[in-house]
Design a protein around this ligand. Structure first.
Ligand SMILES: [Zn+2]
Ligand SMILES: [Zn+2]
Length: 327
């Protein structure tokens, strides 16, 4: 029997109504996680997809709910599925922090803004640097739509957020300009986030000189070893209760700029030891060990734990939730 166009019109109306009902429901739904929390979203992961397991991880992202503050940090790819899996309703987000405009930190920023628009009278504070804006951390449409408020990060300006929270942007040293971490003060509870950064002010060259890590490097083959540790960053990040540390590598790699802008295990140990940190969460390090499986990253975490005597957690494939009410 031929299909009548009227039937399509009817189905189209039903589909639209269903979709609108779901949007409304999402806009009003609480998180599945109770109370105040920090939730790490983990990875898009299925061992059957070997490229997903082995290639460069692209999946940053964690969420801080503290009273009226609903803050999404660094939404990497496939944020929708990962948020739903861990029990976070992204529509409740009122603050979106992007540390820098690399794909694993900003890819789904527009998705978050889109989902937030399902909430009635939604307001969304966007926190990123001028460099990240220039690098198109978000689309013009999503960063300037009604209810959004762009606050450019500036290392000298503390930002007042919802629920009495205060965020101090911390400028870090990464392979892209204008990269930031933060120290978030939640009525006395301090959460630090390193973002992606190296921890060396200088590096040693093959012929025994020591050069600045923040100046233009003409010959990367000269890079032999890390130099002076960045005490400023150490001081800032060792003075928090909870630290989210983006851990990239086990050791400093020679003849490449990589570890001037990305952290190593020894950087983590240096920041953690003798610090006041109660709990450190390692983000970024591939929890499937780049294809080797879960044992290797567990050993990395165990090594840092034993070297520092600190409580440490390397975020697993399925993410992790910490309740902030009992801290
Ligand atoms: Zn990066
Ligand atoms: Zn990254």
């Amino acid at each position: 029997m031929p299909i009548e166009f009227n039937e399509l019109k009817q189905l189209s109306k039903e589909a639209r109504d269903t979709s609108n009902t779901l949007r409304k429901e999402l806009g009003e739904m609480p998180h599945k996680i109770k109370g105040n929390f920090i939730a790490f979203f983990g990875r898009q992961f299925n061992p059957e997809y070997k490229w997903n397991c082995a290639l460069k991880p692209l999946w940053s992202g964690f969420y801080i709910k503290y009273n009226d503050l609903e803050m999404m940090v660094d939404p990497g790819i496939n944020i929708l599925e990962r948020a739903e899996r861990i029990g976070v309703n992204l529509a409740l987000t009122n603050t979106l922090f992007i540390s820098h405009a690399h794909i694993d930190h900003k890819n789904d920023a527009n998705v978050v803004a889109e989902i937030v628009s399902y909430r009635k009278d939604a307001e969304l504070n966007l926190l990123f640097s001028q460099n990240s804006l220039d690098d198109r951390a978000m689309s013009h449409y999503h960063s300037s739509s009604e209810g959004t408020n762009l606050v450019l990060l500036d290392k000298n300006n503390e930002i007042e957020l919802y629920g009495g929270a205060k965020l101090k942007p911390i400028e870090v040293l990464h392979s892209i300009s204008g990269a930031y971490g933060f120290v978030l003060d939640l009525n006395g509870l301090k959460i630090g986030y390193t973002g992606d950064t190296g921890f060396n002010v200088t590096y040693k060259t093959t012929d025994g000189r020591e050069l600045s890590a923040s100046e233009k490097i003409t010959d990367k083959k000269e890079i032999e070893a890390p130099g002076v540790f960045n005490d400023k960053l150490k001081k800032v990040f060792s003075n928090v209760d909870i630290l989210v540390f983006n851990l990239h590598d086990v050791e400093f790699r020679k003849h490449t700029k990589h570890n001037l802008y990305h952290s190593t295990v020894s950087d983590a140990v240096e920041v953690l030891k003798d610090s006041k940190i109660k709990h450190c969460f390692f983000e970024h390090f591939n929890p499937y060990g780049g294809g080797l499986g879960v044992e290797y990253p567990k050993k990395v975490n165990q090594y840092i734990k034993e070297s520092t005597g600190k409580e440490t957690t390397l975020i697993a494939l399925n993410g992790h939730v910490l309740n902030l009410n009992n801290i």
